[in-house]
Ligand binder design. Structure first.
Ligand code: B3K
Ligand code: ZN
Length: 872
């Protein structure tokens, strides 16, 4: 297939003003009748072409007349129809096969055919698997949808929009109709039909609309939906207050399914969720999962404005809705929980997932210039880096200015399919600021390096800060341009206090933002009383890699004193990286001591938030460490990180770790408030450190913790320690857990994932044994991700076995998956990212596997594109 290019965008020659859809629902076969009211762009003369895939055409009529076979023809990926005029009505009837649909795109069956239910997934291009249609986001139509089905088999019938009638039909059948007053693109279409239970709540919007909130799930899951309902209500209130956005239909449905290719989907009025991102229950969900449910519920809800009311002109603009919505979701989570902890979590994710993507063969700009398969571009770059770009813009405008900007963006673009330019224009115009320089961030791939160097002139009491930027070539862009990089900063004195800032005549308080716009610039601070220690890029004010020539003592000072929680953590991370380098090169023992000493001191600080302490005690992960190496040996990196943590544990001391663990364990409850979550997080971290020093006593604690755990966080944490450090009790507890949760798919996923992560050469055999578990299946995306995805992306020493056996097994599974579900196969294949920098033996093994795989006949476009880019 040929790539699709942003530069080739053309407005549609044909639009659909109204669409009436009629479904005769069946598990094996469903018939779909579509009536399209067509509008032709008078300036264009292209024939009427509709997208369609895997459709069996049963009937076709134009303006009420059945079309002769000569008046239409199937073409690659669609249908061409002669004779249509502006205002014509095209009617088609097609058959689709839900039960046979293993790709989970279009209309498909979730669960067993006897008891499961039907649902749809259309973004990005699933609607063309349901009916013939111009399946592109800049075609926005008014939808009326009628569902007909057997009442006993499909008692619940749902589609997006407001309910518009329902009734009985002969033969035990019934019908329901939904009409959506808001024109929308086809990717937001959804229907659900089957046996589902619900919980409901009434909600009144700030502008006075009464809305029924309904969450639907199968009988065994509905009891775990209450937390999501609370989160939904919080999200709706928050969007009213933070952005002035109100909900706009009379009902809001949310449906849970175990069989879903991603986390959730924002279909208009009918959000559909992977159970993993919706169900929450103390016995089976961890604290992290609770926060994730809250965040994803909010994210999908927020799309109602950032995505649905204002949609994307084309899929290149995907970050217009995704980057912005992730930013909105992050702000919401920060408001609901702890802002600094949220920032730490988000930046850690960016570094673990996006930086490696941006540095490897899959690198692409936040607004890609081309793609072959759009589903491959729902990436960390489009989502997480996209959110960082919005954060920079918000920071540039300030809270009030940003709100003025988003108000203008929403009102001006309501009902439109917009572009990134439209977004920047609205934000800028509302504030009289030209934001077009930020457009360069959207078009340029790669993570900029920001070099900082400070000089203090004691005689003149001046501190000159030189900032320079450099983005390495890549992603077909040999010469990268300078980008606007806002650097939020403060200066610290030797006593750990912030110094007043005098910059070019302006006097700020103790924090300022300077914006680097050139390749290199100098910023001179006057009246600086002593040689300062700069705290740079506070709150991670730009998505760059900062290189600053700190001494270990300077980093330790920031780690001890910076009131910016994020930068405090960041100083610890930088110091840990230095310590790691020191261990590797057998050099600079001060760095190791500085990190350990500083953390040992903080360990004794009773004022410090327990969750922040837990994060401070966690050095950068193996993926992040690998990103800094030009030649990667995953086994060596793993050993180094373990060694570093053992040094930390030894410095704090077994006695103190043990005492802290006991104190935290004594307060253990099932409560979900922030303090309880924080104390569980610290307890787990302490137990982990203790296990590196004294595995026997750590495992005694873990065994008790496993037995008495009031909730999943403690249970799973204890299980992880036992599985790693205690052969006998590990095996016993894993078997106990397996039996206890035999009927809880989400809890079983965690069981698979935990074991898939156990490091070392034995990992591969363990994964193979787990594949033989009767609960394992490639057909369920959550299960495949839990075992295979976790193995490849979360177990560097296991996957990257030096003999290449990990790669070979994984490639076989990718091939099997590709035949079932191309989106999942392509997503899992990205685990090979970074293969080019592996040490020679592993690199050759990975290359051989990738080359063989990509030479296979009949690969999906999804997998073929990823492999092609990987080998480019
Ligand atoms: N918009 C969907 C993702 C669709 C993925 C299509 N392959 C979920 C979200 O970002 O909210
Ligand atoms: Zn989204």
């Amino acid at each position: 297939s040929l790539p699709i290019r942003l530069a080739d965008y053309r407005a549609p020659a044909w639009r659909v003003e109204r669409v009436e859809l009629d479904f005769e629902l069946g598990i094996d076969a469903t018939e779909v009748t579509a009536k399209l009211l067509l509008r032709r762009d008078p300036a264009q003369h292209a024939p009427l072409r509709l997208d369609g895939e895997n459709l069996e055409l049963l009937a076709i009529a134009l303006d009420g007349q059945p079309l002769p076979a000569t008046a239409y023809r199937t073409i690659e990926g669609g249908l061409e129809v002669d004779g249509a005029r502006d205002g014509s009505v095209l009617e088609t009837r097609v058959r689709v096969l839900p039960a046979a649909n293993t790709a989970l795109e279009g209309l498909y069956l979730s669960g067993p055919r006897e008891t499961g239910f039907l649902l749809t997934q259309c973004e990005a291009q699933g609607f063309r698997h349901i009916t013939y249609f111009p399946d592109r986001p800049d075609v926005q139509s008014s939808y009326t949808v009628t569902l007909r089905a057997d009442r006993a088999r499909f008692p619940v019938l749902l589609a997006g929009g407001n309910p518009d009638g329902a009734g009985e039909l002969p033969g035990g059948r019934h019908w329901a109709r939904f009409a959506d007053p808001h024109p929308r693109p086809s990717y937001l279409f959804a229907l659900v039909a089957g046996r589902l239970e619900k919980i409901e709540r009434d909600y009144r919007t700030a502008d006075g609309r009464d809305v029924q909130l309904k969450i639907w799930a199968e009988a065994d899951a509905i009891a775990s939906c209450h937390y999501a309902m609370d989160a939904l209500e919080r999200s709706m209130r928050w969007d009213e207050q933070a952005y002035g956005r109100n909900y706009d239909l009379d009902v809001f449905h949310v449906v849970a399914t175990h069989d879903f290719n991603m986390g959730a989907m924002e279909n208009k009025g009918l959000n559909i969720f992977n159970t993993k991102c919706l169900l929450a229950d103390p016995d089976s969900s961890t604290d992290d999962e609770y926060r994730r449910v809250e965040a994803v519920v909010a994210h999908e809800y927020f799309h109602n404005w950032s995505g649905n009311r204002v949609t994307c002109r084309d899929w290149f603009q995907l970050s217009l809705k995704e980057g912005f919505t992730v930013f909105r979701e992050q702000s919401f989570s920060a408001d609901m929980n702890s802002a600094p902890l949220k920032r730490i979590e988000d930046v850690a994710l960016l570094r673990r997932a996006q930086f490696p993507e941006d540095a490897g063969p899959l690198a692409h700009p936040v607004r890609p210039a081309e793609y072959r398969e759009i589903n491959n571009f729902y990436t960390a770059t489009v989502y997480e880096k996209g959110a960082e770009l919005v954060r920079m813009l918000a920071g540039r405008l300030g809270a009030e200015g940003f709100r003025r900007g988003t108000d203008l963006y929403f009102s001006r673009n309501d009902g439109r399919a917009a572009t990134i330019e439209d977004f920047l224009a609205a934000l800028g115009e509302a504030n009289g600021i030209d934001l077009t320089p930020y457009l360069a961030w959207y078009g340029q791939a790669g993570t900029p390096r920001l070099k900082a160097h400070g000089e203090y002139d004691a005689a003149r009491r001046e501190y000159a800060l030189t900032l320079a930027q450099y983005t390495p070539p890549g992603a077909g862009q040999p010469h990268k341009q300078a980008l606007p990089i806002p650097v939020k900063l403060a200066l610290f004195g030797a006593d750990g206090r912030m110094l007043p800032l005098h910059l070019d005549g302006q006097t700020a308080a103790t924090e300022a933002v300077v914006v680097l716009t050139e390749a290199e610039q100098h910023f001179v601070f006057r009246d600086v009383a002593e040689r300062p220690v700069p705290s740079l890029l506070r709150g991670f004010s730009a998505p760059v890699i900062l290189e600053c020539d700190y001494t270990p003592a300077e980093l330790a000072l920031l780690l001890g004193h910076d009131p910016d929680g994020f930068n405090r953590w960041e100083a610890g991370q930088q110091l840990a990286l230095r310590a790691c380098d020191a261990l590797r090169d057998d050099a600079d023992p001060q760095a190791v001591a500085a990190w350990c000493d500083a953390l040992a001191a903080l360990f004794d600080d009773a004022q410090l938030d327990a969750a922040l302490l837990a994060d401070l005690l966690t050095p950068p992960g193996e993926i992040e460490l690998a990103e800094r190496e030009s030649v990667v040996d995953p086994a060596r990196i793993h050993a180094l990180r373990q060694q570093l943590q053992r040094r930390l544990a030894a410095r704090i001391g077994g006695g103190k770790l043990d005492a802290r663990y006991r104190a935290l364990a004594a307060q253990s409850t099932a409560a979900l408030d922030a303090a309880s979550q924080a104390s569980r997080r610290l307890k787990q971290r302490v137990l982990h450190l203790l296990a590196l020093l004294d595995p026997a006593s750590a495992c005694d604690h873990a065994a008790t913790q496993y037995r008495d755990a009031p909730g999943m966080t403690d249970r799973l944490g204890a299980l992880a320690v036992l599985a790693r450090h205690d052969g006998v009790r590990g095996t016993e507890s894993l078997a106990h857990y397996r039996a206890r949760y035999a009927n809880d798919p989400l809890a079983l996923d965690k069981w698979f994932a935990l074991q898939a992560q156990l490091p070392g050469e034995g990992a591969l055999a363990r994964v193979q044994a787990l594949e033989a578990d009767p609960a394992f299946t490639l057909k369920n995306p959550n299960r495949a991700r839990a075992l295979l995805g976790t193995f490849a992306s979360g177990n560097p020493t296991g996957f990257h076995r030096a003999d290449g056996a990990g790669y070979r097994l994984y490639a076989e599974r990718l091939l099997a998956l590709d035949a079932l579900n191309p989106q999942i196969a392509a997503r899992l294949a990205t685990a090979f990212n970074g293969w080019q920098r592996l040490e020679p033996r592993r690199r050759e093994a990975a290359h051989a596997v990738l080359a063989t795989l990509s030479a296979h006949d009949g690969l999906s476009r999804n997998l073929a594109e990823i492999l092609g880019n990987m080998l480019k």
